[in-house]
Ligand binder design. Structure first.
Ligand code: HEC
Length: 255
């Protein structure tokens, strides 16, 4: 009697008890349908990859990304918009029970349920049928999800103010502004910058101050008395500063 005969000693579950010889499977039944991975298959992969890479490069050159003006952290009126594939989530957050005090529902619970269901689908729906028509629940939920995504995307597109979006992101050629100049300092200290922006080209909250054609006196009046929707008493400095500020703004010309 040998010790341990008929018994298998396996300490590590990752090591198979029976050693199989490392011989590739026999594909001789499929003549002409197989090929060596190296180099034949990899070479083909790389060639396809190269075609796509060059294609994307050409596309980016021919159709540059639609850039907006440089982001201005002082422009609190800017309304950002997600890319098209996230518009449905963006739209969802506009409904009463998904926004404001109910933000958690719109931002976590609803998307969480949807993606959680997607994650659990293989465990819940374990029927052997493969044809969509024979899997009414899975197919039904998928169509429902698809319809909601299409509907929400559509709603967000038709409800968005595209004109305003274009205006707020427009690249306005502004003058070179010396941020160390006295005029700019006064502009900043009096908070004009909060509405008219760092480059004085305005934003969603206020118009551009470049090339207004206003005289220094007119600008002085506006800074003190306001105009239209601009509230009065924006300027809080001395008369001398007011003169410098007005002079500074009146000389701004687009290049
Ligand atoms: C609360 C936001 C806000 C602040 C702060 C503000 N403005 Fe304005 N400003 C506006 C708005 C809005 C308008 C456009 C008013 C309208 O035409 O109805 C405007 C218009 C103007 C105009 C007229 C522009 C034109 O082309 O007619 C001038 C000049 C101006 N602002 C100067 C200033 C100065 C100088 C300061 C700082 C002392 C200042 N603003 C601070 C909101 C602001």
């Amino acid at each position: 009697m040998h010790r341990g005969k008929g018994m298998k000693f396996v300490g590590d579950s990752r090591i198979p008890a029976e050693r199989k010889p490392n011989i590739p499977k026999d594909y001789s039944e499929y003549p002409g349908k197989t090929e060596a991975f190296w180099p034949n298959f990899l070479l083909k992969e790389w060639m396809v990859g190269a075609v796509f890479l060059v294609g994307y490069l050409c596309l980016t050159v021919a159709h540059p990304s639609p850039l907006e003006r440089v982001a201005d952290p002082t422009d609190a009126g800017y309304i950002p918009l997600p890319d098209w594939y996230f518009l449905f989530l963006y739209q969802l957050l506009k409904y009463t029970y998904a926004s404001g005090p109910y933000n958690v529902i719109g931002a976590f619970i609803i998307p969480g349920l949807a993606f959680g269901a997607l994650l659990l689908a293989p465990f819940i729906d374990r029927g052997p049928e493969r044809r969509p028509i024979k899997r009414p629940f899975a197919t039904g939920f998928m169509l429902l999800a698809l319809a909601s995504v299409v509907f929400l995307t559509w709603e967000s597109v038709v409800n968005h103010d595209w004109e305003a979006a274009k205006a707020q992101g427009q690249i306005v050629e502004g003058p070179e502004i010396d941020q160390n100049s006295e005029g700019f300092q006064i502009y900043q200290e009096n908070g004009c910058i909060n509405c008219h922006g760092e480059t004085l080209t305005g934003g969603a909250a206020a118009p551009s101050l470049v090339g207004t054609g206003l005289s220094p006196d007119e600008i002085k009046t506006i800074a003190v008395e306001g105009v239209g929707t601009m509230p009065p008493d924006q300027f809080k400095g001395t008369d001398e500063e007011l003169g410098k500020l007005a002079e500074f703004i009146s000389t701004l010309e687009a290049e």
